[in-house]
Ligand binder design. Structure first.
Ligand code: URA
Length: 234
């Protein structure tokens, strides 16, 4: 990989800024100052900027508290996308799963395709817990109905965990993530979802994050996700 790409991938600056930093002699490879941006690095090279070692992290993992009004897509000509909320120069990031435009809450964003694929596969049953507000009182039979498989034209929803808060509010935990799944499940019991917030994705929640804010996952959290997805850490 070229030195300037390495440094801009690691958010030292834009490609142009990084070239300037290199030209000024602030960058060392294996303790020697280099002034050329197009140098190709080998795996064992140690890169420093202002004497600080810059490690190359191949993958990035973000937890976003998605606000309403943003679509879950990498780009769109007309609507705001969740990517606009993430300040990263990496072009290969994508959302792990999707939330509707009006849904809020936990959304993971990464460039780790293998982990994403496994986490979203129905095979690994990662729980997603939603806070739901409805337009009408939730039927007393909701718990019983949701505790059984629910058949739709395109899939069968596995039994879900329903926790009533009051007549208009509840939590529903599902392990799949089909299109409009929670809204469709509540339609089945005669109520429309008027507010939806994913409060948990596996063990992750939005504690400490205002709407629109995000944080990097910790190493421990990434390890835990790998375990859930039945993968070995790279
Ligand atoms: N189920 C829905 O209906 N919408 C979402 O955004 C997520 C789950």
């Amino acid at each position: 990989m070229r030195l300037d790409k390495y440094l801009s991938d690691m958010r030292i600056g834009t490609r142009k800024e990084v070239k300037e930093i290199i030209r000024k002699g602030r960058v060392k490879i294996n303790d020697s100052i280099v002034k050329k941006s197009d140098i190709h690095l080998s795996e064992s090279d140690i890169v420093m900027v202002d004497d600080r070692v810059i490690e190359y992290l191949e993958y990035e993992y973000y937890l976003l508290n998605k606000p309403a009004g943003y679509i879950t897509a990498t780009d769109d000509n007309f609507q705001k996308t969740i990517m606009e909320l993430i300040d990263s120069k990496r072009k290969d990031l994508f959302p792990l799963g999707r939330l509707d435009k009006d849904t809020e809450g936990v959304l993971l964003i990464s460039n780790d395709g293998v982990l994403g694929h496994h986490l979203l596969s129905p095979k690994y049953h990662v729980d997603k817990k939603y806070y739901v507000e409805t337009d009408k009182p939730i039927t007393p039979e909701a718990e019983e109905i949701f505790s059984k498989p629910m058949e739709f034209d395109d899939f069968v929803a596995s039994p879900a965990r329903f926790e009533r808060i009051d007549d208009y509010h509840a939590y529903l935990t599902i392990s799949e993530g089909k299109f409009h799944q929670v809204k469709r499940m509540f339609e089945r019991i005669g109520t429309r979802v008027i507010y939806l917030n994913r409060v948990e994705f596996a063990f992750l929640n939005t504690d400490g994050l205002s709407k629109g804010e995000y944080r990097h996952l910790t190493k421990e959290e990434i390890k835990e996700l790998y375990k859930l997805a039945n993968l070995n850490m790279k």
